[in-house]
Structures are given as structure tokens and as C-alpha cells.
Design a protein around this ligand. Structure first.
Ligand code: IPE
Ligand code: IPE
Ligand code: MG
Length: 235
């Protein structure tokens, strides 16, 4: 069964708040521990030969949280970008980002663009951060760009099919996730990769993101290799 490809893993990194609450710690401490898990998972993915790792770091809905938590998350992201650069270079991994990036605080946006540019030539893997990302926002943004191209006469509306539509998504060159992992037990997508997850295998664990370790990752991958991906057919 090991010949099945696993080139793209996407993760909803959930449970930082509950992890902190159970320990009587502030939310931000949970997010800080969660950032450590990100470092671990980036390394593990490389060991497993996973080419693309997409991490849901901040949703279009997460702005609803207290200003203190949002500010703290943005601060943590800045710190993370600064320290992660060396690790990405060492591992020959490039950074990409999907989401409404221009709506991020300017210094976060600039730091993000800088790391993306500096790692653009790395070829052993791609880490994709979903930031100010919403699956519906992505589809709406694609539809808007596509409508503009139709209006400009560059595209004929009769030619719109799934392949063409995909070209208007945030990262059309990245293959759809093979496996989507959600930590912390919730059985929902929370607006993550609505288009791209159509035929991904789903794996949910009760483990909170800050506790997500080597064994948990390997259990998710084993579960994936045990699946029968039929894509609606009868293989
Ligand atoms: C996930 O952890 C991280 C982000 C959404 C940024 P949460 O903060 O949602 O953790 P819970 O769901 O409250 O436990
Ligand atoms: C999804 O988690 C978003 C991220 C992990 C960034 P949430 O904690 O925001 O999702 P809900 O509110 O439980 O659906
Ligand atoms: Mg949550």
C-alpha cells in the first residue's frame, strides 16, 4: 500500500486555547506552544518526504476574537517569521502564503513577503501558510478576477470549466491536499480549503495542537495509507 502518493498534507491547527485553559494559562501561551508544534511538523514532513504542507494559521473569521488575542497572534507570527527563515533555508523549504494577505497588518505582510522572496528558490518542500484565509473568500476572489477577465474579453464564459476556474485560486500550482488533519476533535472544516479538499482524506484527532507530536503525525499518515481513495469510481 505504501506506493500511494502523499505529497500534500493540510492541517487545521486547533486547540491552542483549550490547551492553555486546561493549564490555567493565557490563550497566548497556547499559541506560543502551538508555534513550537509548527516547527516540529515542518521537520517531520520533510522526513516523510511530504512536498507540500499547508497550515491554517488564521482564518477570515478569527478577527472576531479579542483585540488582545489578535494582536498577540500577529506579534507571534512576526517572531515566527524571523526565526523560521534560518530553518527554512537549512531545510531547503520555500514559504508560500494563501489568503487575503494585503489585509494583514503591514509589518506582518512585509515580513511575510520577505521570507517568501528569500526562500523562493528552495526546492525540497513548500510550506504554505493560510493567513487571513477563508475558503469562501478564496472562491469569491477567484470569481471576481475571472469576471474581470471575461469582461476584458480575455476569456470566453463558455470556456469556464473546473481547470480554468482553478487557475484563479490563490495557489493553482499546488496540488490538492491528499490528507487533511484537524487537531482538537471538532468535526468541521471551519472554512478551510473548500475547493481543494473535495477529495482529500480527512483525519481528526482529539489531541490539542500544542501536544501534537511525532506519534500523532505518524498515526495520521498510517491511517491515510489504509484508505481506499475511489474518487467516485470503483477501483
Ligand atoms: C487554533 O487554536 C489557533 C487559531 C485559531 C489561531 P484556538 O485558539 O482556536 O484553540 P481553541 O479552539 O480555542 O481550543
Ligand atoms: C480554525 O479554527 C481556524 C484555524 C485553525 C486558524 P477555529 O478555532 O477558528 O474554528 P472554529 O471556530 O472552532 O470553527
Ligand atoms: Mg479553535
Amino acid at each position: 500500500m505504501l506506493e500511494k502518493k502523499l505529497e500534500h498534507v493540510a492541517i487545521i491547527m486547533d486547540g491552542n486555547g483549550r490547551w492553555a485553559k486546561e493549564r490555567g494559562l493565557p490563550h497566548l501561551k497556547g499559541h506560543r506552544e502551538g508555534a513550537e508544534t509548527v516547527r516540529r511538523v515542518v521537520e517531520m514532513s520533510k522526513e516523510y518526504g511530504i512536498k507540500y504542507l499547508t497550515l491554517y494559521a488564521f482564518s477570515t473569521e478569527n478577527w472576531k476574537r479579542d483585540k488582545e488575542e489578535v494582536d498577540g497572534l500577529m506579534e507571534l507570527l512576526l517572531e515566527f517569521l524571523e526565526t523560521q527563515l534560518v530553518i527554512l533555508q537549512k531545510n531547503n523549504v520555500r514559504l508560500k502564503a494563501i489568503g487575503r494577505l494585503k489585509e494583514l497588518p503591514q509589518e506582518v505582510y512585509e515580513a511575510l513577503m520577505q521570507v517568501i522572496e528569500e526562500t523562493a528558490g528552495n526546492t525540497d518542500g513548500t510550506l504554505v501558510f493560510a493567513l487571513n484565509y477563508g475558503g469562501r473568500a478564496e472562491i469569491v476572489d477567484a470569481a471576481r478576477k475571472l469576471a474581470e477577465d471575461v469582461r476584458a474579453g480575455e476569456i470566453n464564459s463558455a470556456d469556464i470549466d473546473e481547470n480554468l476556474f482553478r487557475q484563479y485560486l490563490y495557489a493553482p500550482e499546488i496540488p490538492d491536499p491528499d490528507l487533511m488533519i484537524r487537531t482538537s476533535g471538532e468535526l468541521r472544516l471551519s472554512n478551510f480549503l473548500l475547493w481543494e479538499l473535495s477529495y482529500s482524506e480527512l483525519y481528526v484527532t482529539d489531541v490539542y495542537w500544542p501536544d501534537f507530536g511525532r506519534d500523532d503525525f505518524s498515526r495520521a499518515i498510517d491511517s491515510y495509507y489504509g484508505r481506499d481513495r475511489r474518487y467516485g469510481g470503483r477501483k
